[in-house]
Design a protein around this ligand. Structure first.
Ligand SMILES: Cc1ncc(COP(=O)(O)O)c(C=O)c1O
Length: 409
């Protein structure tokens, strides 16, 4: 790994050290960071240490002993997204944070949710569930021609015409490398004072994020993907605007609220009102360590190297006969999607598995609008991260070329 040429933004020594912190790099080519990134050693160690402490002194006692480190989870996420720790709530997943956020909005029949055609599958299902239960109307802003993402001007016109109860946008969808202009959308939301929820699940840890710049009221992400935290963790950002306006989740517990009289409770002041009393403390500490790790590596640097590795992969794949690269957009993130003529999805992924390459499959139902527009039934998704190498990119592209040429056996 030390004598690589053409290393984007990281010198070979740094890259070597980063890879040593992710031992799986020795045995697999991990191109499934959009599924789950590799936990860096300090995050793993933080979790092991805490579990050992719980076993040796007791769970409640261990949490009390690590109070300062636990608080650093909030400070680290705040540093990552440009807010105060009081605006951050831990969540068991991005979806958990997203549902909690939606549950805080008192939807009424006829309310409009304005979203995009590329919002994440579970968010779209949640909107449909809200429609079923409360009679809300779901409006999808149109896309620009040629799959270039949402048409912000058309979306802004819909904001003015329909005055949505909620505007929701996914920064980077799960089904392609598209990067949606969330800050541009946010500027219209701020101008019109509309509630704005952003899903930053695939961008957290891949790009610098600044909630003030994005102009969102609520933002959700998982910790396990490009942020490289443990599974079962995520967070929800809640703006001061939302907190002072009294939004609270539908089900609020003894941690999120105080039971001040027999018939009354009061939500706590900060985003903690979106949390519950019970926490997976070791997971929280693992997330704090992973987030600090990402901040040390540097989000600006990560955002240059990671999408650039994906671009290199896309260039190789686009030149292979029978391979159709599916990503469209003016700016593309490190999610590379493609299909291969003559192959069924599962055997193709199995062939990649057998060659030691971690990847993921996407199907039509993950992206009803996007995949219908592209007329695809399935795609293989390869998602490198900064700790992957140019050499790995080239090796994987050569494997795809070999499989595409010879077809299923
Ligand atoms: C864009 C996007 N949003 C949300 C999620 C859901 O995240 P979680 O599985 O942590 O709920 C995903 C997961 O793939 C995603 O890609």
């Amino acid at each position: 790994m030390r004598d690589q040429s053409n290393v984007i933004d990281f010198d070979a020594e740094t890259l070597h050290a980063l890879r040593a912190d992710a031992p799986a790099c020795e045995s697999v080519i991990h191109f499934n960071n959009a599924g789950c990134g590799l936990l860096p050693k300090p995050a793993l160690q933080a979790m092991i240490d805490h579990l050992e402490l719980e076993a040796s002194i007791g769970g409640y006692e261990a949490a009390a002993a690590r109070k300062v480190q636990v608080r650093d989870f909030y400070a680290a996420i705040a540093d990552l997204i440009g807010c105060r720790p009081e605006n951050v709530a831990f969540a068991g997943s991005a979806t958990h944070g997203y549902s909690k956020a939606l549950s805080a909005i008192p939807f009424e029949p006829g309310d409009v949710i304005l979203t995009t055609r590329n919002d994440f599958i579970s968010n779209q299902i949640a909107f449909l569930a809200l429609r079923k239960r409360f009679g809300v109307e779901i409006v999808h802003a149109p896309d620009l021609p040629d799959g270039n993402g949402v048409d912000v001007a058309a979306m802004a016109a819909l904001m003015r015409a329909r005055r949505p109860r909620l505007v929701a946008a996914t920064h980077v969808p799960t089904n392609s490398g598209l990067v949606q202009p969330v800050a541009e959308i946010g500027r219209h939301c701020r101008e019109l004072d509309l509630l704005y929820l952003v899903d930053a699940c695939q961008s957290a840890g891949q790009y610098p994020l600044d909630v003030e710049d994005i102009g969102c009221d609520l933002l959700t992400a998982t910790c396990r993907k490009f942020l490289r935290g443990p599974r079962g963790s995520g967070f929800l950002y809640v703006s001061d605007r939302v907190l002072t306006q009294g939004y609270e989740p539908l089900f609020i517990d003894m941690y999120g609220a105080r039971w001040v009289a027999g018939d009354r409770y009061e939500p706590v002041r900060g985003a903690a009102r979106f949390e519950e009393w019970e926490f997976p403390y070791s997971t929280l500490l693992g997330c704090a360590a992973a987030t600090r790790y990402a901040l040390r590596v540097g989000l600006e640097r990560i955002s240059r190297r990671t999408p650039a590795l994906a671009a290199r992969l896309r260039d190789h794949l686009a030149a292979i006969p029978g391979v159709r690269v599916l990503d469209r957009g003016p700016e593309l993130a490190a999610l590379v999607t493609f299909d291969v003529q003559g192959w069924r999805p599962e055997p193709f992924k199995a062939a990649m598995d057998a060659r030691g390459v971690n990847s993921a499959l996407s199907f039509r139902e993950f992206a009803q609008y996007d995949f219908a527009d592209k007329d695809v039934e399935w795609a293989l998704r390869l998602s490198p991260h900064y700790y992957n190498t140019e050499e790995e990119v080239d090796t994987v592209a050569a494997m795809v070329a070999e499989l595409a040429q010879h077809g299923p056996r």
